[in-house]
Write a protein that binds this ligand. Structure first.
Ligand SMILES: NC(=O)c1ccc[n+]([C@@H]2O[C@H](COP(=O)([O-])OP(=O)(O)OC[C@H]3O[C@@H](n4cnc5c(N)ncnc54)[C@H](O)[C@@H]3O)[C@@H](O)[C@H]2O)c1
Length: 378
């Protein structure tokens, strides 16, 4: 497969997730970074570009100019990676879609359902691909659990306990540096903090693995640490179509928790347990009650999931590889689009539809909370 060319908006000096995307894409060398608007500050953008070996004329002072210029070049980018704070995603994604460029944007997709649906329509009208990088769904073990549930291994899913607590923002007057400051600021984060940052991961992880669709939610969203303006602890009761239920908990002040995304899925014939901090293991418990720990790299893992592994068992794979797996599928789809051989069933990454669902979940939870913790349908 010939290497694709891609660009990035965000991911400047000291930024978090942009560097992770660059490393993840480089794992399988499917695409080469050739352009960027890494920061609103052009000097910082040029400095980042120099470190990354990008030609100065392709380090743009503004993302709109980048979209226009790259679309006009014969050797322009095939896709753009958007890794800026949440409130900027909509305008940036729109500019690249309008220029005819495929988009990979980090979550949460945007800050309102109407913006999300507008981007979805635009991508569809233009025939462009749009990935939303819910990183955790790229883990081999997540794909394996999805296959097990589809194959009926635990029967009908009855209830799902899902949580993603973090502890980094537990302290009063400590805003968690550059990354925490914008997340806690309504002007940059939108109407939610914790629910957008972590809750959308939980919603997407459950949906991806179980295939369940949320019917309605009852949300208790709290602002706990003194001085915060947005939610930092969310407890959501969920009812799924078909009658399954669940509880989603996210927090930013749970001392001792780092990226503790955990799923416990209970079905009519068995249970599945998964913890993102030990992402190479799935615990499957059948009706005999015996816990079976199945590790990535072993023959028990379904072929559709196992194919994403890069190393033999015991050589640990993790979060960067999960992100790389999303890009493997996305890059293959972009290549196929370029060659005219794309088919919908090639997609094995989170699409814009999932980004829209994330915003629908957020808006329903906000409404439930504002109206006194009532049930709200999605
Ligand atoms: N998938 C995941 O697991 C995951 C993890 C962390 C963050 N995220 C998401 O990634 C996004 C970025 O988060 P982060 O923690 O990397 O933030 P960050 O503050 O570390 O980095 C943001 C970068 O965007 C740049 N930027 C801001 N506005 C810009 C603009 N208009 N044009 C060009 N550059 C601009 C900043 O200069 C900075 O370099 C957020 O949407 C966040 O929710 C996802």
């Amino acid at each position: 497969m010939a290497k694709l060319r891609y660009g990035m908006v965000g991911g400047g000096p000291g930024a978090f997730i942009g560097e992770a995307h660059r490393k993840a894409i480089s794992l399988d060398a499917t695409a080469e970074l050739v352009a960027g608007c890494f920061s609103r500050n052009h000097e910082k953008c040029l400095a980042q570009g120099e470190i990354l070996g990008i030609a100065p004329q392709r380090c743009y002072p503004d993302y709109r100019e980048m979209a226009r210029a790259e679309a006009a070049r014969e050797d322009g980018i095939s896709f753009v990676v958007v890794v800026t704070p949440n409130n900027t995603h909509y305008e940036i994604c729109k500019a690249f879609l309008e220029a005819g460029i495929h988009v990979a944007c980090d979550k949460p997709l945007v800050t309102t359902v109407s913006e999300a649906e507008e981007l979805e329509r635009l991508a569809k009208d233009k025939g462009l691909l749009f990935m939303v990088t819910y990183t955790y769904t790229g883990h081999v073990t997540m794909k394996f659990m999805r296959d097990l549930i589809r194959g009926g291994e635990i029967g009908t899913v009855r209830t799902v306990m899902a949580e993603y607590p973090q502890g980094w923002l537990y302290k009063e007057n400590d805003w968690g540096g550059k990354q925490g400051e914008w997340r806690c600021d309504p002007a940059q984060s939108g109407r939610v903090n914790c629910l957008g940052d972590l809750g959308t991961h939980v919603e997407n992880a459950v949906a991806t693995v179980t295939g369940l669709k949320i019917k309605r939610v009852l949300a208790k969203m709290d602002v706990v640490v003194p001085g915060r303006k947005l939610d930092d602890n969310d407890q959501i009761l969920v009812e799924y179509e078909g009658g399954a239920t669940g509880i989603n908990w996210t927090s930013q002040f749970a001392i001792g928790c780092d990226n503790s995304l955990r799923l416990r899925i209970y079905g009519s014939k068995g249970s599945l347990l998964w913890f993102q901090e030990t992402p190479e293991e799935v615990t499957l418990i059948r009706e005999d009650g015996i816990p079976n720990i199945i590790k990535r790299g072993y023959g028990a893992v379904t072929p559709g999931a196992a194919k994403y592994g890069r190393l033999p068992s015991g050589h640990t794979e993790g979060w960067l590889e999960a992100m790389g797996n999303l890009y493997d599928s996305f890059a293959a789809c972009v290549q196929a689009k370029n060659q005219g051989s794309f088919m919908e069933d090639m997609i094995d990454y989170p699409t814009i539809e999932e980004g829209v669902n994330g915003l629908k979940y957020v808006e329903a939870c906000l409404k439930s909370n504002e109206k006194g913790n009532i049930w709200v349908s999605l």
